[in-house]
Design a protein around this ligand. Sequence first.
Ligand code: 5GP
Length: 204
Amino acid sequence: MSQKVYVTYNQVHKLCQASADKILNEFHPNLMIAIGGGGYVPARILRSFLKRSGDPNIPIQAIGLSLYEDLGRGDPEEVPGTKVTRTQWLDLSSLEMANLIGKNILIVDEVDDTRTTLEYAVRELQKDVELAQKQLGREGEKTTFSIFVLHNKDKSKKGVLPADMMESGHYHAAVTTDDVWICYPWEAKDIDEHDALAKENPLI
Ligand code: 5GP
């Protein structure tokens, strides 16, 4: 079992805050897609820091992808699977997909581990948007995807992201970590114990 480290809500908040300006230097998102469940809280916090005065709130859409299999034994560390399962996806009706075309879309997840999930999300979202563009005759409009994660594990990755995304600063990790198991506060059953463990086993 890999080493466990604990991250608090406060730290997550500050990581989002510290990342917002860096994201805005490269990219002004007009839509966020949170990968559930770990991307939901970071996406919501980040939105507060990305909002510019006078602009409306950036909408957040949700998709659910599962790679890790919960063994149901109350252990926060789960066992990696090999296949990404969609538990929730976008509404693919042309009315809804039209909202994505030509936009700057920020995909948010909590952690980039093997990168399998992010590869799947980017590839499938790009495919769906391209199909909608064709169907709606809007091929000329450029839709750009960017990624934000709280933590990127420094390890060899199974998944691959488009080279232009990586080279153009459209991938942002708040922190690069060793290959440890990160326990996030929203997974905690006892948040006081979690925060105490975070003091003993800090990541940052
Ligand atoms: P990947 O596809 O990059 O291997 O894994 C992505 C997903 O696996 C994440 O969205 C997350 O749900 C889960 N995961 C991978 N590593 C960790 C970790 O260290 N801590 C937690 N809590 N989840 C992780």
